[in-house]
Design a binder for this molecule. Structure first.
Ligand code: IMP
Ligand code: MG
Length: 173
């Protein structure tokens, strides 16, 4: 296994997170956000960005999984659902990365069925070229090429989530 040097440094990440938070704070001015983080991947991005959003908010999480090692399995499992009432709320769904978009699309549609007042999507990374699902992403941290990346919440086989930066991951040289 090889972890390259940071592809996105701590400083780049933190600057972009603050920018996104400012944009979100402006857009949700006068509202109360229900921020829903998708675990496990979004845990670090979620914790960072909510600290910089200065709009009233409640937070909740759901646990979903679609990946086996680094291959998309196509199957989405919800291990734990949101507990807050979604109906009539201004929901901001926060995830780590959109790849095919199948996972987020599934979760988005599941939440939409609960009749929120609004439902926006914020993702830290976006591999746009890999998209299969028809999904509008409202806030994106960085668009990245089709490389498998780890760190800042993202894993390979459960590992590397604790790295404070993003690296490209290769199984062998
Ligand atoms: P999608 O359904 O194909 O969009 O897959 C999205 C999920 O796959 C993300 O929430 C991640 O958990 C995982 N994923 C996709 N690409 C990567 C990557 O490069 N590194 C780590 N996890 C990834
Ligand atoms: Mg994820």
């Amino acid at each position: 296994m090889v972890i390259g040097k940071p592809f996105l440094t701590v400083e780049q990440i933190q600057n972009r997170v603050k920018e996104l938070a400012r944009k979100i704070s402006g857009d949700f001015n006068g509202k109360e956000i229900l921020a829903v983080g998708i675990l496990k991947g979004a845990f670090m991005f979620f914790a960072d960005i909510v600290r910089h959003i200065d709009v009233p908010m409640k937070i909740d999480f759901l646990i979903a999984s679609s990946y086996v090692k680094s291959q998309t399995s196509g199957e989405i499992n919800i291990f734990a659902d949101v507990r807050e009432d979604i109906k009539g709320r201004d929901v901001l769904l926060i995830d780590d990365i959109v790849d095919t978009g199948l996972t987020l699309k599934y979760i988005h549609d599941m939440l939409l069925a609960k009749n929120p007042a609004s439902l926006k999507i914020c993702t830290f990374l976006d591999k746009k070229t890999r998209r299969k699902a028809d999904l509008k992403i409202d806030y994106t941290g960085f668009e990245i090429p089709d490389n498998y990346v780890v760190g800042y919440g993202l894993d390979f086989d459960g590992r590397f989530r604790n790295l404070p930066y993003i690296s490209v991951f290769k199984e062998s040289i």
